[in-house]
Design a protein around this ligand. Structure first.
Ligand code: URA
Length: 207
């Protein structure tokens, strides 16, 4: 079936609308909405959890430490970041202040569900060939229920609304593996999952 022509201006308009989002209380403490980024005709959409400290300051997804390891893995898998659309399940940074630091707090089910409204609009407009959940929060948002990563990762599956997808770990999980050897293994597994993404997207583009 031919893809309907995605409209960058419509996507930009949704992003502009999201800047004033008050659908859940997270907007109150965050610096700004961090909306998705990338071309409206992207074949693959990556969905993370929520912006971190750096993303909240810069207003762009995946530009902090998790973003750096994600960029490296994308490059190794042969996926050009600027041809993908990268977004988050939750568009405001949730944190607990600790002195001068802001410690990440996981979004709850209510916040994920409220923010799904934006994710649904991004996906409806882009109509990607593949939607990739990075970690449990994104998988929960896309599946509409808790969705274990371990037993489902790295293979093409269908989310309930028929969306073709894949789940894998969140890149920040790789940064938390304490043992160096285990960290290298976890990173290699992540790249392997992204290679599956690259293959699926290449197949879809050729079809
Ligand atoms: N972690 C995420 O899930 N998203 C970001 O944008 C940054 C870190």
């Amino acid at each position: 079936m031919p893809r309907t022509s995605p409209d960058q201006a419509s996507l930009d308009a949704i992003a502009a609308e999201a800047r004033g989002c008050t659908r859940c209380p997270l907007y109150q403490a965050a610096t700004q909405t961090v909306f998705g980024e990338g071309p409206a005709d992207a074949l693959v959409v990556f969905v993370g959890e929520q912006p971190g400290d750096q993303e909240d300051r810069q207003g762009r997804p995946f530009v902090g430490p998790a973003g750096r390891i994600f960029d490296k893995a994308l490059a190794e898998a042969g996926i050009p970041r600027d041809r993908t659309y990268i977004t988050n399940a939750v568009k405001h940074f949730k944190f607990a202040p600790r002195g001068k630091r802001r410690l990440h707090k996981s979004p709850n089910a209510y916040e994920i569900d409220r923010c799904k409204w934006w994710l649904d609009r991004e996906l409806a407009l882009i109509q990607p060939r593949l939607t990739v959940a990075l970690g449990a929060t994104a998988a929960r948002a896309l599946a509409g229920r808790p969705f274990p990563i371990g037993q489902n990762r790295g293979r093409i599956l269908a989310f309930p609304n028929g969306l073709r997808g894949l789940v894998t770990v969140h890149p920040s999980a790789l940064l938390r593996v304490p043992d160096q050897e285990a960290r290298h293994r976890a990173y290699a597994e992540f790249v392997k999952d992204l290679v599956v993404v690259a293959g699926a997207v290449a197949g879809a583009a050729a079809a």
